[in-house]
Design a protein around this ligand. Structure first.
Ligand code: AMP
Length: 425
């Protein structure tokens, strides 16, 4: 295909009008369930200081090392297009003194994020996430509540076949013992690891468990498990999370290899996935506890947990489920007019319909009644309101029943009421 002069940048995509309905229905479901569980929406800027992510997400993670979009402002600040939402929300929590409010503070966000990833199916360089954070609560009940909310979100959208994988990666205390054991295991095998993981073995061995490279996957099959190195506190915390999940009748799978790709996690980590049409696993999102992040970013030590879900994939699945329903909703009423005066009267009447919450279709730019009636038939309108030249002079409207062809003339004053009556039938 001939290259156009301008196209969306690689890995970025338009969300066109025909996709908006489904996109919005997913966002509405997210808003609704988050509000139900007591989360308040927050919007943070798309740009943040790059250092926020170096410190928060971790300088040696793929997200920061390979995927972050950065720019220098004219004033010389090093900024980044946000690759994830937790570090910005925690920055806002500290900046706005939310620690002084009743705890926990429950926040959620919906918006675009940016990662310079290799473009591939379902992976974009600008993508949307729905994320949740519970800041200021150490109880395992909040880990479970986030999982429960996400579970309810997918169920409200009609998405079945959801797999929840869960693990605990411990806290700083038990992690050092685990690191020793993992490094001891990895060191003699470094030659079998990819070059990135050879470096990771020294700098951040947990990241090796996260590597997608097949060679590394083979090596880590036998790696020691975080679960066998948990201190008493982390062990008890994880046990409670699982018990709460059992009590909520949410099924999960323990995955001792699950670590997640961001450095801020402590204790619980989890991931939601489903299957594509070919049976391949499709990650929908995940999260976990991050008890050290507030402190790392300059606040007081504050326990917290959160999760984030990729909207593009969810929209794709919902589109498949909704099928025909995602097509444009039909306007049950259509406005047709003749003459300049007719057009003007229609503009005014449409406002009455908007206030009465009745959606209407129109082709006000066209003059031919035949063309307008053909459009009314095409969109499947049940009723057409016709304002001809004579009607516009006398403030009258003709209501045409599109099925029977019967027409009745009513005054403008009674129009909305008459239409309501007929739509009820
Ligand atoms: P993460 O923040 O990496 O845990 O990602 C959470 C979820 O966001 C993933 O499971 C995906 O559903 C979605 N996601 C992450 N990166 C991308 C991307 N580049 N394009 C589309 N969706 C993404």
């Amino acid at each position: 295909m001939k290259k156009l002069k301008f196209q969306t940048p690689t890995g970025m995509h338009d969300i066109l009008s025909f996709e908006q309905r489904c996109f919005r229905s997913v966002i509405n479901a997210a808003d609704k369930i988050a509000e139900f569980y007591g989360f308040n929406r927050i919007e943070t800027p798309i740009l943040e200081e790059k250092e926020l992510f170096d410190k928060g997400v971790g300088a040696s993670t793929d997200i920061v090392q390979k995927e972050i979009f950065t720019l220098k402002s004219k004033g010389g600040d090093c900024l980044a297009l946000r690759p994830e939402g937790t570090a910005p929300v925690v920055r806002a929590y500290i900046e706005h003194g939310m620690a002084n409010r009743p705890q926990p503070v429950k926040l959620y966000y919906i918006g675009p994020f940016f990662r310079y990833e290799r473009p591939q199916a379902g992976r974009y360089r600008q993508f949307w996430q729905f994320g949740l954070e519970i800041i200021g609560e150490k109880s395992p009940v909040s880990d479970t509540q986030i999982i429960q909310l996400a579970h309810g979100f997918f169920s409200d959208l009609g998405i079945k076949n959801i797999t929840i994988e869960i693990n605990s990666i411990g806290d700083r205390e038990c992690r050092s013992a685990y690191y020793r054991s993992l490094t001891k295991f990895l060191r003699p095998k470094t030659k079998f690891l990819c070059t990135d993981c050879q470096k990771r073995t020294k700098e951040n061995p947990l990241r090796v468990l996260d590597c997608k490279n097949e060679k590394c996957q083979e090596v880590i099959k036998e790696a020691p498990q975080t679960l066998n190195h948990l201190c008493t506190d982390c062990h008890l915390h994880f046990k409670r999370v699982l018990e709460y999940l059992d009590e909520s009748e949410i099924s999960y799978q323990l995955n001792p290899r699950l670590v997640r790709g961001l450095d801020y996690y402590t204790k619980t980590v989890f991931e939601f996935s489903t299957f594509d049409s070919e049976g391949k696993s499709l990650a929908l999102g995940g999260g976990g506890r991050y008890d050290k992040l507030v402190e790392v970013l300059g606040g007081k030590e504050t326990p917290a947990a959160g999760a984030a879900f990729g909207l593009e994939r969810i929209v794709q699945i919902v589109k498949g489920l909704q099928g025909e329903q995602t097509k444009k909703l039909r306007n049950r009423v259509f406005f047709a007019q003749l003459g300049e005066k007719g057009k003007g009267k229609c503009l005014g009447l449409m406002e009455d319909f908007r206030k009465a919450n009745i959606t209407v279709g129109e082709l006000l730019g066209k003059s031919s009644l035949k063309v307008q009636m053909a459009r009314a038939a095409k969109i499947g309108a049940e009723l057409t309101v016709i304002i001809g030249q004579r009607e516009s002079l006398e403030n009258l409207a003709i209501i045409r029943d599109m099925e029977t062809g019967r027409q009745e003339t009513v005054s403008f004053k009674n129009l909305v009421g008459e239409i309501k009556k007929r739509l009820k039938k």
